[in-house]
Design a protein. Sequence first.
Length: 280
Amino acid sequence: MLKQRILTALVLLAILLPALFYPAPGPFTAVVLVLMAAAAWEWGRLNGCGALGSVLVGAVCLGLCAASWALGLAQRPLGGLWLAGGAFWVLGSAWLLHAGVPGWPRIPAPLRLAAGIAALWLAWLAVVQARALGVNFLLSVMCLVWMADIAAYFAGRRFGRRKLAPAISPGKSWEGVWGGVAGVLLLAGGWVLADAQGQALQPSFYTRVAGGGWGLLLAVVLGMTAMSVAGDLVESLIKRSAGVKDSSQLLPGHGGVLDRVDALLPTLPLALMVTTLLTP
C-alpha cells in the first residue's frame, strides 16, 4: 500500500507540477478539468447512477467546465458567484452535518447530482482564477488544506480523546481539529513573513488577508480551516451513506479523486470570496 501511494503521488506530481508552473495557464486548466470530470464520475457512482449514468455525470461536468473555459468565464470578475458559492457551502454543509448520514438519502437524487456537479464546476472555476492570481496564491490556499489535514492527523493520534463526529468519521477528534488550526495559523504567519522578506510579486492568500490586520487573518484562517474539515466530513457522510470506503480506486493507494479534493471543494471558492470582499 505504501509503495502504491508513493508511486501514485510521484505520477501525479510529474503531471501537475509542470502544468502548474508552465507560463501559460492552459495546461494546468486542462489537467484540473480532467480531474474534476473524474470526480464527477465518482459522484455519479456514489449516488447510484450505474456505469452509464456515472459516465454521463462526468461528461456533463466536463462539458460545463469546457464551455465556461471557451466562453472566457474564468477570466471574468465573479464576485456574486463566489458569494453565492460561499453561502452554498457554509449553509449546505451545516445542514448536511446536522442531518447526519440518514439525511442524505432523503434528498431527491436529481438535486444531489446537480449539487455535486455545481460544487465541482465551482471548484474548477476557483482553481483557474486562483492560478491567475498567481502560483503563490493558489499554493497558499491548497497548503492550508494540506497543513490542516497533516497537523490534525498527528495531533489526533497523540492527544485525541473527544470524538468530533463519531457517526460520520470515527477517527476524527476535537483535539485533531485544534491541532489543525494551530498548524494553519503557523503556516499563515510564516507565509506572510516569507512574502514580506522575499517581496513577492504575487502575494499569497494570507498576505492579502493580513492587509486588513492580523485579527482578520486569524478569523479567516479559523473559518477556512473549519470549512476544510466540513468538506472532509461531508464526503465521509456521503460515502458512509453509499456504504463505501473510497470514492473510487482511480488513484491506487489514495482512493479516488474526491477523496483527495474533498476539503479543497469548499475552501477554494471561499478563498476567492474573501479575496473579492477585500478587493477595493
